[in-house]
Write a protein that binds this ligand. Structure first.
Ligand code: ASP
Ligand code: MG
Length: 443
């Protein structure tokens, strides 16, 4: 059994939903995880904002608009009138439920989350009816019956396991299962969600709970590319990645996979495959725990980074100096991304400006502070275990024309990071592609 997750764009229109149905139907007794149709969750957020502000008319107009989008989808979605009528009933029920909140005197985050859940609920309803129309015995696994977070806000894996397996067992004759991504219940049983973009997380949690053979994340891109296609021409999908490499890439801005998605799959050793709905036979990117030959796999960039340098004013190599510096960042809840130290000082990078004035002010007790804004981290990711030779040299050589503010290697075997100026980013990404991946089609 596999988990197949389809995001908002993949189910963004009648045609796309039909395409997904055709993709999943011949693939066997799997679990299909769906997002809301693209744009839906944003619109539901907007409706909630009107309701918070007591703007009932604003809310109702927005509800009507979204509803008409769904109603226009239905006639193109189904071949049979009965299917269309059944779906119409479900869609109407969801929208009338959403409307009912406009009549309440109180609107809190509890009500908002109920509204946000309707997008995924409608996707699943529409798909179930479509797959049944096509002759499949399709069964829903309602996420609200098994997907749950504990009092720490984290998914309760034990609960998920205990409630999901019986649902599967109940439907022995099912050809295929469908469930809602993103939505869940919290520790007191209220409707909640796994944060925006959380459908990948749902897929990973289900995959881990049932120990499936593979988790497939279907999008519109043919896997994770070896560089950012917005800035570099001729990028190619990476065919295999270790979970650690994928985590590094996701963290450094390769947008294809939600970073938290990776963890349950990694821990439970379930391979994750990134596939393209527009090119279903392509290999995509396989992410698993196998360590391939040492190699450099991909490059990613993280924008809006701030570099801070603190030069110790008192003694060289003073013990306690780093502790005091780090304590400041802890106090202002600001995570540090990169660090480079020398005997006289430390350079580090952060990606949030929120407490920057306070942080700088406090650090000035310990030394001379310099700040560089508008910096970018370029992460070179691959299996670069330190005893292998040449990887550091090749990446540094590739960037020989670029002024580098910081370099970091050794915190992980999978990453060498460079901090450079924003204006050098595109050039750096292209140089790395041409020097590391023999990609000469630089923009
Ligand atoms: N529909 C939700 C969102 O737009 C969850 C998801 O698509 O993953 O954030
Ligand atoms: Mg080495």
């Amino acid at each position: 059994m596999k988990v197949l997750k389809f995001g908002g764009t993949s189910v963004g229109s009648a045609e796309r939903i039909r395409h997904v149905a055709s993709l999943v139907a011949p693939r066997g007794r799997n679990i299909i995880v769906l997002s809301a149709m693209s744009g839906t969750t944003n619109t539901l957020v907007e409706i909630a904002q009107y309701l918070y502000k007591r703007n009932t008319n604003g809310a109702k107009e927005t509800i009507n608009l979204l509803e008409s989008k769904y109603l226009q989808t239905l006639p193109r979605l189904y071949d049979r009138l009965e299917s269309r009528e059944e779906a119409l009933k479900e869609i109407k029920a969801s929208f009338n439920y959403i409307r009912s909140f406009a009549r309440l005197d109180r609107f809190t985050s509890t009500e908002e989350k109920i509204i946000l859940a309707q997008g995924e609920i409608m996707s699943v309803a529409m798909m179930t009816i479509l797959l049944r129309e096509r002759g499949l015995n399709a069964e829903q696994l309602p996420a609200l019956e098994f997907m749950k977070t504990g009092d720490n806000g984290e998914p309760d894996i034990h609960y998920i396991q205990q409630h999901l397996q019986p649902l599967i067992d109940k439907y022995q004759d099912a050809d295929i299962f469908i469930t809602q991504g993103y939505i869940c219940r919290n520790h007191i049983g209220e409707i909640d969600n796994l944060q925006r973009g959380g459908s990948d997380y749902t897929a990973s949690l289900i995959g881990a709970a049932l120990e499936v053979d593979e988790i497939e994340i279907w999008t519109d891109i043919d896997g994770m590319h070896n560089n950012d296609p917005r800035f570099v021409e001729g990028t190619r999908p990476v065919s295999e990645l270790h979970f650690e490499e994928a985590a590094e890439l996701a963290y450094f801005g390769a947008k294809i996979l939600h970073p938290t998605c990776i963890l349950p799959a990694k821990v439970n050793n379930i391979p994750v495959r990134l596939l393209n709905t527009l090119e279903p036979e392509a290999h995509g990117t396989l992410i698993y725990n196998n360590l391939a030959q040492p190699s450099i796999k991909a490059v990613a960039a993280k924008d809006n980074v701030i570099a801070i340098k603190i030069k110790s004013s008192r003694m060289l190599l003073a013990y306690g100096f780093l502790t005091r510096v780090f304590a400041t960042f802890e106090k202002y809840k600001t995570p540090i991304d990169m660090i480079a130290t020398s005997e006289v000082g430390v350079s580090l990078s952060i990606d949030s400006e929120r407490y920057l004035p306070e942080i700088i002010d406090e650090l000035k007790q310990w030394g001379t502070v310099t700040v560089d804004k508008d910096m970018v981290i370029i992460a070179v990711v691959g299996n670069m275990e330190w005893t292998n030779t040449g990887y550091e040299a090749r990446t540094i050589e590739a960037l020989s024309e670029i002024p580098v503010r910081m370099i970091s290697y050794g915190g992980s075997n999978f990453n060498i990071s460079f901090l450079i100026r924003k204006e050098d980013k595109v050039k750096a990404l292209n140089l790395l592609s041409s020097k590391l991946f023999n990609n000469n089609a630089a923009k």
